[in-house]
Design a protein around this ligand. Sequence first.
Ligand code: PLP
Length: 390
Amino acid sequence: MKNERRYLDHAATTPLDPEVFKIMKPYFTEKFGNPSSIHETGHGAKVAIKKAREQVAKVLHCRPNEILFTSGGTESDNLALKGVAEANNWKGHIITSVIEHHAIYNTARYLKERGLDITFVKVDEKGIINPDDILSAIKDDTILVSIMCANNEIGTIEPISEIGKEVKKQGIVMHTDAVQAGGVLSLNVDKLHIDMMSLSAHKFYGPKGIGILYVRNGTEFVPQQIGGAQEFKKRASTENVPGIIGLSDALFRSDDKRKKESDRLIGLRDFTIQKIQQEIKGAILTGHKTERLPNNISFCFPGLEGEALVMRLSERGFDTSSGSACASGNFDASHVLLACGLDAKVALGSLRVAIGKSTTKEDLELFINVLKEEVKKLAKIAGIVDIAYR
Ligand code: PLP
């Protein structure tokens, strides 16, 4: 039996793969050159970035000059939305959804304050967007549709390819936040029918602080970071060379093992969901049963506080997370769960378990037993006499 902590929060971040770190290391030390320098040391870094960009382009099935390296998912999302908005003189209509990550959701709200017209399309109770709702929201001045590939809290996978196909037929730019899909789902930009896509390396066993914005050639957008000529004059700043090397290697490795690892995770995910449903009758599965990320297990425990449960599980050696947050004594239910129609009192009891490469069936069996015990204890404290928690 393993004595170490069991990390079940891979949707928040993943550990850097030691093999990836090995490949990154020389770029911090002896291969430290600035790719813009014309001498030999700089040239070495430039060549390494070129190779990394080509490797990423292979995974995304796109051209290398369509890959922009950024500082992560948040910057990529900001760049996509603000870049397209500025290309349209900060005017026009943008369609997004009510369940986007804050990197999109709050950027869309910011653009609304600046006078753009924003539609937040609803989801059904499983968190799925109906492509017809996107189509009927399109107006004459719609400039962008931005819908996430997969949700970070409930793991729901959205019908991006179907949406993208229709949106592109109408000549509108289609962006997807694929941060949770990176390394897990296929990222073929043509099959997804998208023009822009955000990715972040720390979600697929790469380093933190490095991401990608894919921008299809011909897509009108205005760079948001002004300075030097790096990244085809679309994202100024000296390149994060070790980060770029790490990102491309991590993406290649995870894509290479994607099918096999997905099947393994789906087996563990479905085993855990079924067991929790059997063992804790009051637990409510959130998100879709099958259209969900292979690594996502998310439940609500009505009447309990998700954060308290996370803390208790942490004390018992399991790292998980909750969509609800306690800010200055007030509990904020997740906007994603509320958008799925859950009552705030139910949504406050949310728990997300995100499994990963290191997770075994034994880990999950132990976890389910501990979860059962802690749910019972919290229910007792909350004065819930419901048979489901007895
Ligand atoms: N988009 C989604 C769906 C995410 O899950 C996250 C991070 O959790 C982000 C964007 C932001 O990515 P980053 O942490 O790289 O800024």
